[in-house]
Design a protein around this ligand. Sequence first.
Ligand code: SAH
Length: 367
Amino acid sequence: MIQRPPKKPIKNIRQPDFDQPSIYSLSLADLEDLALRWGEDKYRGGQIFEWLYTHRVDRFEDMMNLPKSMREALAESYSIDPLETVVKQESKDGTMKFLFRLRDGYTIETVLMRHDYGNSVCVTTQVGCQIGCSFCASTLGGLKRNLEAGEIVSQIVQIQKVLDDTDERVSSVVIMGIGEPFENYVQMMQFLRIINHDDGLNIGARHITVSTSGIVPRIYDFADEDIQINFAVSLHAADNDIRTSLMPINKAYDIDKLMESLKYYQQQTNRRVTFEYGLFGGVNDQPEHARELSELIKDLKCHVNLIPVNHVPERNYVRTSRDDIFQFLETLNECGVNATLRREQGTDIDAACGQLRAKESKQETGE
Ligand code: SAH
């Protein structure tokens, strides 16, 4: 039995402080509380939720079954349009990348991937990122701020509205866009509860995946949550020196600490962990690395997702050759590891893993 370490307080770094928070930041229970606080009946909260997620209205004044005074109070206290679509690009393979402008001028990217089993959205949780992985574009300008839960929810709502035109739905969500979700933990959990709710977008927990670079204290917290979504960890190396060179977060939470927290996660949830392993030419892509990896993870119920490095102009990592990629995969399989190669999508519009970037200036939006 693994005991978890004492809870560490969650530092809410760079949280936005808008006069009018996004209405999409409120869960159904929050909306019901709000109705009660305003001297209205509790069911009014449910009506607002329905207008937002079933009818997907853009204006409070369109919430026709609410008293006029309540619609006005909502419009005064909350924002209903936290995201403005600035650019919408479509790739040859149907992947779409959206550039959204936030109310304070920052822009973020969100990706819609089309699969034969449905439509998946890759959401962003922060404006930039401070984790500093040496291969990733999202971290280049540092962290500007965390997103509000509603700014994450709205990415899905905006894309759902695009899909409404063709009668399609967002069927799965991956929290793998810009930012480290476990550094925006409270807002991320709120986002999950909102999109997962049956009366709202109803995106099933099994169809949601969160990926972390390995913020160990939050992995313990996440293991104890009552929502069981899929969980991925960016590992990228089974050796501390190599991992630190790729991911400086490994200095704070090294591989031993990370593995211990994942064993706790598995003990609590009995769920499989996915390891993301980027193949960086000449760094971590040889058969001995594959064997080291299989040794490290042999006691966990897990799956390895191999990601050949995606080109980021500011970074000079090189791609592993095709032969070496398949040799790596084969070595893992021979060692009994369940591994697959990630299918790449949207590379022609820089929408692939690690290529998303927060664009800082308002001018820089024309692509
Ligand atoms: N911050 C979270 C969520 C990002 S998910 C995390 O680190 O897990 C995006 C995935 O793409 C991560 O596994 C990340 O390490 C990987 N990635 C980033 N840049 C990449 C690149 N240039 N090529 C391939 N994968 C990359």
